[in-house]
Ligand binder design. Sequence first.
Ligand SMILES: *Cc1c(COP(=O)(O)O)cnc(C)c1O
Length: 381
Amino acid sequence: MYSARLEKLPPYPFARIDELKEEKVKKGIDLIDLGIGDPDLPTPPHVIDALCAAARDPANHHYPSYVGMIEFRKAVASWYRDRFQVSLNPENEIISLIGSKDGIAHIPEAFVNPGDYVLVPDPGYPVYRTSTLFAEGKVHIMPLRVENKFLPRLDQIPTEVTREAKLMFLNYPNNPTAATAPREFFKEVVDYATEHDIIVVHDNPYSEVTFDGYQAPSFLETPGAIEVGVEMHTLSKTYNMTGWRIGMACGNRDIIAGLKKVKTNVDSGVFNAIQIAGIAALTGSQECVRRSCQIYEERRDTLVHGLTDMGIECPSPKATFYVWVPVGNGVEYATRLLDEAGVVVTPGVGFGPCGKEYIRFAITRPLPRIEQAVERIRRII
Ligand SMILES: *Cc1c(COP(=O)(O)O)cnc(C)c1O
């Protein structure tokens, strides 16, 4: 009944854990869910006010523009200029997205022919792989290993793969490893992509979720990046707007034009009132972003110190709201945490085979719940 394309998708890895979770909930057991990559904090009030006002204006009730309102694209351009000193032309170097997932899911469609290689980080956001398979591309895994600071080794990609590679996905600050990339790595990526004519798609949803004074770069800051790549960005994680579905693709105009061509045929843009709220988020005070980071930082410290005290080796991440912990067998460990401590985490294998020895904590729950999770884990360790 299903297409070969659907049959090619990797099997859902968490059926057993979901079953167990359901059992626990049915029994009325209190679970602390640190499995969710979605901020628990609310969208800032001034953004909600902008949406409400814009929703009442009938001028906003029509089909939006495919590429986004020019005012939204200008707000994105000015945000990129202020934040990264990157200059983008809002006319042809920026389009709106229905969240960055929209851009990631559709970009291979525009550039990948059947049999072309796509370079995909493993562990990584699962859509890099599935969008490649939907476009009938071949996935070449770039392992992210702790000994390489969770950066792919470009020199280890086989020559025959490089030759037939059309596109490369990257994501720093990284989900799930929480690793960050130094600027020299992006320089290496630009050199590699330029030499081998590979499109770079840098997924950057966590650039504003950073701690300890760290500031994440945009890939587009790298000299030459705009010749070879685009950056997918989103308001989801920065402004706690995951449900709103608004993001942007920025960078090389020919790559943006290809993505636009696909999207013009599959969706009809982002509701104007949401774009107007997005403008309020990007151009308003960024105090709300700093406040969110402080909250995550406190939670991170509680979790990381708690785990370290128990002898669980656990580096303190500079960015993202994830903590990536090596535990041996990730599925077994996650099952035990759920079963014995009532703490839900994500087994690393959900992000690819190279994540199988890890679990991912998402610190998207209030501090007292994180403290409680640490205590519960301490009791079973
Ligand atoms: C959350 C997330 C996304 C999706 O963000 P949306 O803009 O909400 O679609 C994309 N990539 C990574 C790595 C993420 O963690």
